[in-house]
Ligand binder design. Structure first.
Ligand SMILES: Cc1cc2nc3c(=O)[nH]c(=O)nc-3n(C[C@H](O)[C@H](O)[C@H](O)COP(=O)(O)OP(=O)(O)OC[C@H]3O[C@@H](n4cnc5c(N)ncnc54)[C@H](O)[C@@H]3O)c2cc1C
Length: 421
């Protein structure tokens, strides 16, 4: 176990990566420890750029789920480690923190929490104001090229500048291959990062040309064949048909739970959808028979609708179940009706790839959880080296969970550095 030296003079802290996790660790450390002299190294021209684009420019900064154990269920990786972190700093604390620092928040019907202004820039302005108050040195366009532990300190090299020495280093470089290389150069194991939270590419006549159509509630099972066995992942939620396939919360959830298996299988798999999970198969059969063989029996199929589905999807399902849309409803045969019910309850679609995402997108993988002490986020290998944010092998579903992990980790770092005198 690393031991923390007793630092008597100023505590020089380098934060490598000026994103959500690095800033939250820096601001809270500055508030707790007057001896902290903090420098944030940020590779790009502006810090906090992901905060800016997050939540469609509104920044979904946490999720109003206040039971730490239940909260961990939204994290495909890191559940066990986050349990202890969330019992110390959870969404209730995040909301209190922002409101105490003057940012009004609002919670939407689905429990996502945003600034009341709907403007992510307000989060950035707040962070920059606090950073200025505590004289945190923010160095933009300053990519850290190497970190060398030397005599209990860290020698940090950025581009052409002369190397600088620090007592503590916080590594928070986010979704960044060079950032993972820095962690490896310090002796840490990095679990191969692969994407999480993405839409699926699906080519099927059933959804062809139906882009823009959505269903508020479907259930899905993702089947992926890897290493001679089939792995299955299940989820529920809304789906959206796009011009390349399928998106929406259900798909994002499956892409997160199945991230590693999907990467191994080169993003090939099968998606089985229950388009009407709230209704049992027998009840569905009764309703369809009532509609097609009684209420609308004399109408052409093309002129019908089933109130539970968008019309264009209904017609596509009918056609792909073998019905002739120009025929009268009552002519629908038993075989076609059975196929229609099968398609409604167990529609099987081939996944042929991963589509680009304009929405939330994170990495699955990163610095191995086994090598971090989650009480302080300190490396178990290098004393005074801390990790925070996406660089670690932790990721959440969409809904504010990824930022919450950053805030909890940043806060734990500050608790440990705040106590250093
Ligand atoms: C489009 C989009 C929308 C999102 N929306 C949400 C949302 O609404 N809610 C939510 O919870 N999550 C959201 N996320 C996920 C969230 O943005 C990330 O989980 C979060 O930003 C991770 O924070 P971080 O501090 O670890 O990394 P980042 O925010 O990525 O910050 C890392 C920083 O390190 C810098 N850096 C990298 N290497 C170096 C180096 N060598 N030297 C110096 N600096 C370096 C980078 O330039 C970057 O600024 C979204 C993601 C995307 C892509």
């Amino acid at each position: 176990m690393p031991t923390t030296p007793d630092i008597k003079a100023d505590l020089r802290i380098a934060v490598v990566g000026g994103g959500a996790a690095g800033f939250f660790a820096a601001l809270n450390t500055a508030e707790k420890n007057a001896k902290a002299r903090i420098t944030i190294f940020e590779a790009s021209h502006k810090p906090l750029q992901k905060v800016f684009i997050s939540g469609g420019g509104r920044c979904n900064l946490t999720h109003a789920c206040f039971d730490p154990l239940r909260l961990t269920e939204f994290y495909p990786r890191g559940q066990r480690e986050l349990k202890s972190l969330f019992s110390r700093f959870q969404p209730k604390d995040t909301m209190r923190w922002f409101e105490n620092h003057g940012l009004r928040l609002k919670t939407e019907g689905d429990n996502r929490v945003f600034p009341a202004s709907n403007n992510s820039q307000d989060v950035i302005d707040l962070f920059l104001d606090i950073a200025e108050k505590y004289r945190i040195n923010i160095r933009t366009r300053c990519r850290v090229a190497s970190i060398r532990p030397e005599g209990g300190k860290f020698v940090i090299q950025t581009g052409e500048q002369p190397p600088q020495q620090f007592d503590v280093c916080i590594l928070s470089t986010g979704y960044s291959p060079p950032g993972w290389k820095l962690a490896e150069s310090l002796g840490h194991r990095v679990i191969q990062p692969v994407p999480s939270l993405f839409p699926f590419t699906v080519k099927s006549p059933v959804i062809n040309g139906l882009q823009g159509i959505s269903l508020p509630h479907a259930a899905g099972r993702l089947e992926i064949a890897t290493e001679g066995k089939t792995r299955k992942f299940e989820a529920e939620g809304a789906i959206l048909i796009t011009h390349t396939g399928l998106s929406g919360p259900l798909i994002y959830r499956l892409s997160a739970w199945g991230a590693q298996a999907l990467a191994q299988a080169a993003y090939q798999g099968t998606l089985q959808l229950d388009l009407l999970p709230s209704i049992g198969e027998q009840e569905l059969r009764n309703q369809l028979e009532q509609l097609l063989l009684k209420a609308e029996a004399k109408k052409k199929l093309v002129n019908t609708g089933f109130e539970r589905l968008p019309v264009r999807l209904w017609l596509s399902l009918l056609e792909n179940s073998g019905a002739n849309l120009e025929e009268r409803c009552e002519t629908i045969g038993k075989k076609t009706l059975n196929r229609l019910i099968e398609n409604l309850k167990r529609l099987r679609l081939p996944i042929s790839g991963k589509s680009p995402s304009k929405e939330e997108f994170v990495s699955c993988g990163g610095v191995s959880l086994k090598e971090i002490d989650f009480r302080t986020m300190e490396s178990k290998k290098v004393p005074n080296l801390h990790f925070g944010g996406e660089i670690i092998d932790i990721d959440g579903l969409t809904g504010g969970f990824n930022f919450q992990a950053c805030w909890s980790e940043g806060w734990a770092i500050s608790e440990s550095l705040g106590a250093l005198r």
